[in-house]
Design a protein around this ligand. Structure first.
Ligand code: HEC
Length: 134
């Protein structure tokens, strides 16, 4: 009798644990996928502005990132474009931007953009900012 109860308890724990785990993981994931454009602007000002400019200024070495979302790679005006990026056949959406910003040289070998941002949280925030950068 006692053993039977134990079995039920174990079954209940087995069945409920994954649900709890998923709930615990899903919350921070959805929060980070949204990204915070305000935080992204801070990262942008520190890490990207010098080359790319912002909504009012234009950078010198990097292309103008205003309206980058939805564009084909290498069609942003200004900056020093590489042949590698021009021929990469990339369309800038959340996924391709995430890959490129995290590790440009790995995503597009031969690109003239030297470094990326390794913190995935900052990449999410940057993407949220790029969405509204016009
Ligand atoms: C040292 C200068 C430099 C810095 C810093 C820099 N970039 Fe770039 N970026 C470039 C250059 C140069 C290119 C053109 C790359 C090519 O054509 O291969 C580029 C290209 C890009 C593109 C693609 C543009 C297009 O026309 O398709 C995106 C998106 C981008 N950068 C985002 C960023 C973000 C976000 C940051 C900040 C985390 C950043 N870059 C920091 C120099 C820089």
């Amino acid at each position: 009798m006692n053993q039977h109860r134990h079995g039920l308890l174990a079954a209940a724990m087995l069945c409920c644990r994954p649900a709890l785990l998923i709930a615990a993981i899903a919350v921070p994931l959805s929060a980070s996928a949204a990204g915070d454009p305000e935080a992204g602007k801070q990262v942008y000002d520190n890490r990207c502005l010098g080359c790319h400019g912002n909504d009012t200024t234009r950078g010198t070495t990097g292309p103008d990132l205003r309206g980058i979302f939805g564009r084909a790679a290498s069609t942003a005006p200004g900056g020093v474009h590489s042949r590698a990026l021009a021929e990469a056949d990339i369309h800038w959406d959340e996924q391709s931007l995430r890959k490129f910003i995290a590790a440009p040289v790995k995503a597009v070998p031969g690109t003239t953009m030297p470094t990326g941002v390794s913190d995935p949280r900052q990449v999410d925030d940057l993407i949220a900012y790029l969405r509204v950068l016009k």
